[in-house]
Write a protein that binds this ligand. Structure first.
Ligand code: ADP
Ligand code: MG
Length: 691
């Protein structure tokens, strides 16, 4: 096959392979294998050593072994449920091959009397005899080499045996050859000098190939590069979206800034400048504002809103929950009090009459600023002159959603996303390479370091005393009880028990939130807490990101070792926003693991979300770090930001020089197809690109 044919082959459905009928196709689908390339990326979990044929006087019980024997005698009992047996021997001894649930005809065919065969399976010893029960392989001696070797073991599903699967992957591995290299020589040398097809064959066949082997690294690099390639292509296209530039003199925003009652940090000023530049340019802004919880992103977005409104455009701000929307709405009303800006709020809860009025006033531009939930983007909401979309705390905004967003709104609309998920440096481009990124690292100077303690459960009385004192000082308390059992039927009992326990001790001024409550019930409790009608809020889940609880100063986290570092840090970030000193108390059962001790130490020593995310990644592997799942970065098949940090850096460097043009489109497009990314780019709205 030539390059083009191989390319085609890899993107075809598995059903073109020999041996894939409807049944096998279904089984493969269960393992998410539908295309040929999926077979390639389904890597062996381990390897079984079936090499080195053993004589029958040299067998080890319990060990997977391959033997070369002669079929001597059948023993097929006429009673149901008894196993069929075949006696075999070699010059040194005898062995019994035992079959449960198999038909005589099959056995006679696979093990013809007096023939020599190769059998491989686990050696048992039963009633003074060596046995192999339901062997994995029986082949004629002519096919010895197929069995007498190290064989990859894949994670498979019932009905899909190793034998069946091997036939499929072998067909694929045989066909992939002679691809022209797509990396330049220097890069290729740096990633191990292994061709793509050799690398693929190696990781499927050589048990010594691990995550740091040359073959693995080469393929991991391919994957990283394909990822960056997609994002950078999307970015380049979005960067071509022209718009009418917006003119403003910072009059409204300066007025707001003067009335804050605090100084903006240098970092905040810098980012405001970046955003202003984008807004004023004649290209569409597509920017992410990334900053730790409580770093002061909202203010920045409101200043951007003020400028866009001053220039005669409308602005929307979307947040994930009604409570957060209300907080933003109240804050915006307060901040814009002295201006003529007309702000409205739209959620699922807004009455129909109110909605109608809002729709009308959006169309005639009486409303300048609309804050709301998803309701903002429903079909019947039509804007007269939308100039900026701000999206707050949307974790589920992966690249596909971002593309949708970039296509949304009218052509002149700038876009600002905000996220509190601190992504380590290594991964910024990999996750957000399609956007411009502003990182808000500096915390407001009045922000106090949150005191972090760890205490064993046995000292809970001390904690209660501390809390009583805090409540007397008008502080509110979060009490987090994580779900312990990960069973499908979630277990809320710990939280309910704790709620009852605390209710007795604290005169019923305690609330409870858990995942079984619906949104309204949850909001009701949260509101009660926000309004100060509750002193303590017991909760199983992570409390909504982004909500400002000005009086919450203490967070108690039970079973704190059940959370990862980033998650603990985000939880901790919910308290200590106001005047009082914030505190975080990590409760744990006795006997902390080494890792847990290390986690607590890191948390106590640092309040920097970016640093903590980095450490978290080192401790747990990147796949489990909060926020990464949603961002899509977990979808890597091979690459790992910890083990392959250098490859990430290399790809970042190289991507700047790769221009996907007609000349190289073919080879890189192949890479995109291999990793299932070719289609994403084309979802960018072409009509917005004006060359
Ligand atoms: P987040 O980045 O989590 O969205 P917010 O924008 O909600 O953070 O800000 C958290 C709190 O810090 C708010 O009460 C806000 O008014 C306050 N704040 C923001 N910037 C500053 C600053 N430079 N100095 C002091 N307080 C600030
Ligand atoms: Mg926020």
């Amino acid at each position: 096959m030539n390059q083009l044919e191989i390319q085609k082959f890899l993107t075809q459905k598995v059903s073109i392979l020999n041996g894939v009928g409807a049944k096998i196709k279904q089984l493969l689908k269960r393992k998410r294998i539908e295309k040929i390339s999926d077979l390639i990326w389904n890597l062996p979990e381990s390897f079984t050593d079936r090499s080195n044929i053993k004589k029958l006087n040299d067998l080890e019980i319990g060990k997977i072994t391959t033997i070369n024997v002669k079929v001597v005698k059948y023993n097929f009992p006429r009673i149901r449920n008894l196993p069929n047996k075949v006696i075999c021997d070699d010059e040194t001894g005898k062995i019994e091959i035992t079959f449960f649930n198999s038909r005589e005809g099959y056995i006679r065919k696979a093990l013809p009397l007096n023939a020599r065969v190769i059998v491989s399976g686990k050696i048992n010893y039963y009633k003074n005899k060596y046995q192999i029960t339901n062997p994995s392989y029986i082949v004629p001696v002519s096919q010895e080499s197929y069995v007498n070797r190290i064989i990859p073991k894949y994670s498979l599903t019932e009905g899909l045996t190793e034998k069946i699967y091997r036939k499929l992957i072998d067909q694929v591995l045989l066909k992939i050859s002679n691809l022209n290299e797509w990396h330049d020589d220097t890069t290729l040398r740096k990633i191990g000098n292994t061709s793509w097809s050799n690398a693929v064959r190696n990781i499927h066949n050589d048990q010594n190939k691990n995550i740091n082997s040359k073959s693995y690294r080469r393929l991991a690099y391919d994957e990283i590069l394909s990822n960056l390639l997609v994002l950078s292509q999307i970015r380049k296209r979005i960067k071509k979206f022209k718009k009418i530039k917006k003119n403003f003199n910072n009059i409204v925003s300066q007025n707001i800034i003067n009335n804050f009652g605090f100084q903006l940090t240098k970092n905040q000023h810098h980012i405001i400048d970046e955003i202003n530049k984008d807004i004023k340019s004649d290209f569409k802004m597509f920017r992410l504002l990334q900053g730790d919880v409580g770093s002061g992103k909202t203010i920045i977005s409101l200043i951007a809103a003020a400028n866009v409104i001053e220039s005669g455009w409308q602005v929307v701000l979307m947040a994930p929950t009604e409570i957060l929307v209300n907080q933003h709405y109240e804050l915006a009303k307060k901040i814009f009090k002295s201006s003529k800006i007309n702000i409205k709020c739209l959620t699922g809860k807004t009455s129909n009459d109110e909605k109608k009025l809002i729709y009308k006033n959006l169309q005639n531009h009486k409303i300048n600023f609309l804050i709301g939930t998803h309701a903002l983007f429903q079909k019947n909401v039509i804007y007269k002159k939308l100039g900026l979309i701000i999206i707050d705390e949307q974790h589920k905004f992966g690249v596909k959603q971002r593309i949708e967003l970039s296509n949304k709104g009218e052509k002149n609309c700038d876009i600002l996303l905000m996220s509190a998920t601190p992504i380590p440096r290594t991964l910024i481009l990999t996750i957000y390479g399609d956007m411009d990124v502003s990182r808000l690292i500096e915390k407001p100077s009045n922000r106090k370091h949150i005191l972090t303690f760890s205490k064993p459960d046995s000292k809970i009385e001390e904690v209660l005393l501390y809390i009583k004192k805090q409540i007397k000082n008008k502080s509110q308390i979060f009490w987090i009880c994580p779900l312990i059992s990960e069973s499908k039927k979630l277990d809320y009992s710990a939280a309910i028990k704790k709620y009852e326990f605390l209710s007795k001790k604290f005169e019923k001024r305690v609330g409870l939130i858990h995942g079984k409550l619906n949104k309204d019930e949850k909001d009701k409790v949260l509101k009660k807490f926000l309004n100060g009608h509750l002193d303590i809020l017991v909760s199983t889940t992570v409390i909504e990101v982004g909500i400002d609880f000005p009086n919450a100063n203490v967070i108690v986290i039970e079973n704190s070792n059940k959370f990862g570092l980033s998650q603990l840090h985000q939880l901790r970030g919910r308290v200590g926003r106001g005047e009082n000193q914030g505190a975080c108390i990590l409760l744990y059962k006795n006997n902390l693991s080494k890792n847990a001790i290390r986690r607590i130490k890191i948390l106590k020593s640092s309040n920097d979300g970016f640093y903590i995310a980095e450490e978290d990644m080192k401790l747990r592997g990147f796949g489990d770090v909060l926020g990464f799942q949603q961002s899509g970065v977990k979808d890597f098949k091979l690459a790992d930001p910890i083990h392959h940090k250098d490859l990430f850096n290399l790809a970042e460097k190289n991507i700047k020089e790769i221009e996907l043009n007609d000349k190289n489109f073919f080879k890189y497009n192949f890479l995109l197809k291999l990793f299932d990314k070719a289609d994403i780019i084309n979802q960018i709205s072409e009509e917005k690109i004006i060359n």
